[in-house]
Design a protein around this ligand. Structure first.
Ligand SMILES: Nc1ncnc2c1ncn2[C@@H]1O[C@H](COP(=O)(O)OP(=O)(O)O)[C@@H](O)[C@H]1O
Ligand SMILES: [Mg+2]
Length: 282
């Protein structure tokens, strides 16, 4: 079975989690077994979808769609378990304050464990990952780049042994654009668009990945001028918004990457909002 990994990144607050959910819903709807996984310690989906709990072990959520939350320490613990295989030794390792500090001062190790987990199905390493698609609601831009760099750095630092070998294996999966897809989410605003331009160039240049762009929270502005008797402030708001959205879209199109637009969806039902986004995502 082939497996695809879709990372969703972008500036903080632009709608990464929302768009990741829509991408995962779409894959599931098209009949692919899909895992939607959040990275970090705190879950967005638990509140958003009003779930009782969400944890490290994937749990069924919708037809063809499971949900999980993967934190660095938990991934590292599972990785250690796989290497050491003796639960009592792992307890000693993780409950020892020195190694706890090690976890804190060596974030690269956590990043590596998370990437190891994400790529474990493709590398046939660790517990089974019976999914055709893994959609990762990943970190914001800077942290995401650090995540991608972790296995390359580790592979250079540790050339031999299982650690070096695994880091190279992970890096290989991440550089393979057949297996690894990146979606950069942005708003039609100066700051996130600037960040998107820089990130896309870096992903293409340094990582040889061809990211897609999702332009989120677009306002549906009529293209014709407002009637001449419309209030001036309103007419001005419409034309400024239209001009800004057009300018941002042009800049993003100049990056020559696939681009989809998601409107600002005003609904108090999160499930309905995500389904609406699924319909417009190309
Ligand atoms: N297209 C959209 N229409 C309406 N609300 C949206 C849209 N995209 C995101 N949101 C909402 O905006 C907020 C921020 O989005 P979120 O996905 O949490 O951003 P991020 O993960 O990048 O921090 C959330 O409440 C989310 O539900
Ligand atoms: Mg989020």
């Amino acid at each position: 079975m082939t497996q695809e990994i879709h990372f969703v990144t972008g500036k903080g607050g632009v709608g990464k989690s929302f768009v990741a959910a829509a991408l995962a819903f779409r894959q599931a709807k098209e009949g692919r077994r899909t895992l939607l996984v959040e990275l970090g310690e705190r879950s967005f989906y638990k509140d958003f979808f009003r779930l009782e709990s969400i944890g490290y072990q994937p749990q069924p959520f919708q037809e063809n769609l499971d949900l999980a939350l993967w934190s660095g320490p938990e991934s590292l613990r599972e990785y250690a378990k796989h290497l050491i295989k003796v639960e009592s030794l792992i307890k000693i390792f993780f409950e020892n304050s020195v190694s706890r500090n090690l976890v804190e001062i060596a974030p690269a190790l956590s990043e590596l464990a998370i990437l190891g987990k994400i790529t474990s199905g493709i590398r046939k390493h660790g517990p089974p990952m019976p999914y055709e698609v893994i959609v990762v609601d990943a970190y914001a831009t800077g942290h995401f780049l650090a995540l991608l760099r972790a296995p390359l750095g580790m592979a250079e630092a540790v050339r031999f042994g299982p650690m070096g070998e695994q880091s190279r294996g992970i890096a290989e999966v991440l550089r393979n654009s057949q297996l690894t897809k990146v979606h950069v989410v942005t708003l039609p605003e100066e700051m996130p668009v600037k960040e998107t331009e820089d990130l896309v160039r870096e992903l293409v240049g340094d990582f040889h990945l061809g990211p897609s762009i999702v332009l989120n929270k677009m306002l549906d502005v009529p293209s014709e001028a407002p009637p001449s008797d419309a209030p001036v402030a309103f007419a001005e708001f419409v034309s400024t918004t239209r001009n800004r959205q057009n300018e941002m879209e042009t800049r993003l199109r100049d990056l020559a990457r696939p681009l989809s637009k998601v409107p600002l969806i005003l609904s108090d039902d999160p499930m309905l909002a995500v389904r609406r986004a699924v319909e417009v995502l190309t």
